[in-house]
Ligand binder design. Sequence first.
Ligand SMILES: Nc1ncnc2c1ncn2[C@@H]1O[C@H](COP(=O)(O)OP(=O)(O)OP(=O)(O)O)[C@@H](O)[C@H]1O
Length: 621
Amino acid sequence: MGVEPPEPPRPPEPPQPPGPAAGAGAVPGGQPDGQPGEKPKPDLERQKRVLTRLFLENGLQHWKGYGVALAFMSVVAGMTGLSAWIMQDVINDIFIDRKPDMVWKIAGAVAGIFIIKGIASYVQQVILSRIGNRIVAEIQMRLFDHVQRHRIDFYEKMNTGQLAMRFSQNARSAREALNLVITSMGRDMFSLVALCIVMIVQDPLLAGIALLVGPPVAYGEWILVRKVKAVARAELLSIARIITTIQQTAQGARVVKAFGLEPVMRAEMDAAVQDVRQRADRIAQVGAATNPLMESFGGLAIAGVILYGGWRVIYGGGDPGAFFSFITALLMAYDPAKRLARLNIQLQASLVGVEMLYALLDRKPAIEEAEDAVPLKVGAGRVRLRNIRFRYGRKAPALDGLELIAEGGKVTALVGPSGAGKSTVFALIERFYDPDHGNVLIDGQNLRGVTFESLRRNIAYVAQDAFLFEGTVAENIRMGRLDATEEEIRAAAKAANAHAFIMAMPRGYETELGENGATLSGGERQRIAIARAMLRGAPILLLDEPTSALDAEAEAAVGEALARLMKGRTTIVIAHRLATVRHADMIHVIEGGKVVESGSHGELREAGGLYSRLYDLQFRD
Ligand SMILES: Nc1ncnc2c1ncn2[C@@H]1O[C@H](COP(=O)(O)OP(=O)(O)OP(=O)(O)O)[C@@H](O)[C@H]1O
């Protein structure tokens, strides 16, 4: 067991630090990634950066697959060019020179070209889809690992809807953006190049006329792109709003029904749904606007080519086969050109999602394990909070100069008025937050220097309202220690007074509990949570008065289980009802973020201070 280091001098009051939340990447307004109404400026540089990053972080590792896909795309492009080229022979050899042997040869060649093109298209599409799906899976796991590293307040700021959207829509956006770029650059660009080569070789002057339409199309498309980005972002945020509303309606079903809030929830849902609909309409409208743009200019190009080329064939002795081949190449170029014109618009919509993804991934966890962290070694299990000052964000300090010791193996109770800072003490002992000043020590070891795994392994926590996972009873208890055997799970349940009611359930330990154990009573849920803590076998126990929400009978059963659990451990208990702490070895009375009185029940009663007043208040009747 280490020796507690000397206490450092307390620094002067810091000039309003940004607070823990600021470091967590919080943005003004408390919304993690801006509001739906927000209109970001179209920023080509930023878009390029996101795209480059997407390629480096998510695409590059699949370079081999992409390479193969690109090779097949170039086959598709080559075959497309060839099919236009061969039209020259169709016209000259079959229609003009009427060579019978060429009919077979050309027909065979055309069939071969299209079969090869079909097979190559299939292979490249399968490869791209597989890589895309793998990228989605990789991003989802990367996000999950990242999110799990975040501090507890991250989950308070980032609601479930926002998170769910990152995992579903945004992860898919990354696949879309990569696939769009690869197919456009590969299949469409290669095909366009092959067809342009055919056109230039057949007739350079005509090719020049056809390509004149390029610049005005590019300009029109640039204007459309600018409109899409803001709408796409707003659409995604509204989708998150839909998810949040569904989640709140489901989780708060009791309150919604009891207070007749269905119309309120409906109005919220309707607003979000209509918002998404309107924005989706807008995106579709802007996307569709590429059609008249391309059709008009494409038509102009073809008309120009027919006028000039036709005139040359009729009056200038031009080669009809070459002209027909040229027209075929031009018509075939239309589709890839149209897709390339739309690329930027679709890409914009996808990149908005990717940007949101990266915004979350770039948010650094506010608490990270020290690089030289060592495992916590617990002997007696003495917990000490030394000269603690801590505030949530910019609020007034929740703890201000708090000194507290919980002796090893003893029961220490924390009492005090609501908002005094009791739960915050727990949060610091579990290192959900670091104090702004002062240290938390377990057996003399500063929590800042120990590994998270060892800290959490040595602490068990039972809350006022037990949280249960979706799954069976056995699985829920096993969460206390993942390698526990069936016997150990049963022993823990027996010690927690839970075995009997578990066995009375239809499938015993294999009974499925609904979301958050919806099918159990409050007392039963508590006893499962106690069994879980029992199984953990941690030497330090934090209890947030697990019996406070129970009736007398349930309290007796849970109380008995707790007494067994507390045996031989350092127990710190937050007590809302003072009757439950009379037998604690030490009671600390917290008020205004500091300990104002300490002692046994008898001593504190005798002292006649805050504890005594609170006690009298509770037992007045
Ligand atoms: N996550 C949070 N973000 C911001 N402020 C918080 C947060 N949790 C607690 N606070 C604030 O910190 C102060 C101390 O709260 P804490 O929950 O520690 O008190 P408590 O003594 O446990 O109260 P109670 O008995 O009502 O549970 C309060 O002013 C509270 O508003």
